[in-house]
Design a binder for this molecule. Sequence first.
Ligand code: TXA
Ligand code: MG
Length: 351
Amino acid sequence: MSNSGSVSSAPVTALASSLTLAAQQLTAGQLVAFPTETVYGLGADAENPAAVAAIYAAKGRPSNHPVIVHLAPEADIAYWAQNIPAEAHQLIAAFWPGPLTLILQRAAHIPDAVSGGQDSVGVRCPSHPVAQALLRAFKQGKGGIAAPSANKFGHVSPTTAQHVRDEFPAEIASGMIASVLDGGQSEVGIESTIVDLTRLATHGPVLLRPGHISSAQLAAVLGREIAAPDAAAPRASGTLDAHYAPNTPVVLIADAVLENTVQSLLYAGNKVAVMRYHEHRSQALAGLKILAADPAAYAHDLYAGLRELDEVQADVILVEMLPDDKVWQGVNDRLRRAAFDSRDVLQKLLK
Ligand code: TXA
Ligand code: MG
């Protein structure tokens, strides 16, 4: 990186010192929120069970839910996992650093706290430069940072540092979260794709959570199909039916009936917000967000859009249904979960 101008060196110095401090805080067992290319994470030293427990406490998350261990690009994955299959190395070569989490057999010395008591461990090497710099500064790049998304349990994941500050004002004020590193808006915008490789012999590779890296891309590298999760698949909190939800109820609705539904809701005296990817004509909305008709661009803006519409405190956020197409799999998965608790909302609002 060329950095001869004095103009740009000040922020770089500021960042370097905040990274050093954040790495020290992690080493001391404190919590640090940091950017990744998917969403912001709430990190702790993966080898410090008390620090990992503090993540659960801050999030209000059940402690039987495993967290992902983030590793530096140079990290030795054999330190974290055992019986690593060739498939893991193939996927790592193709997609790391990047938005892919692998579930592997946990190495014996890895604390129970990170795996929620399961014998597996989720590992991922993020591509975000600030995440990588933090991982390299922490324990000379040999540590692992356990980090779920930096949001309260069940809520929308954060894609900016401001989202993290909005999510945890009390925890930041009290020092329970020691630092929030700012790395701009997360590029991908939805959480990493998760593949389970712990049951290859019986189930093959299993997709636990769809994301930016599609099952077709994974299948192309492995030369075999990626299975959908079965009842015996490892627990994953992002796979609970209700998840990623704003406070305002979210209802998915087809383009063909969207404008009419808005009119009926307004007529019945409701405050309505709309998120869609087609043009929108009806007036008197409390909020309107038009996202791009492209899966990557839509994912990039999805969570920020939901948070923005949540702020107008409408009675409902109507989200235009997206095509039921593989390329929309990651986004459709998040929208379905965001809408899960609101199935009966329209009937109530239209009474
Ligand atoms: O993109 C991401 O993955 C972000 C960023 C911060 O890296 N992290 C994230 O973490 O989404 P979280 O905790 O919100 O979701 C992680 C998912 C959960 O559904 C968790 O249950 C699953 O990964 N997971 C982690 N370790 C696992 C394991 N050993 N077995 C099964 N699922 C696991
Ligand atoms: Mg999460």
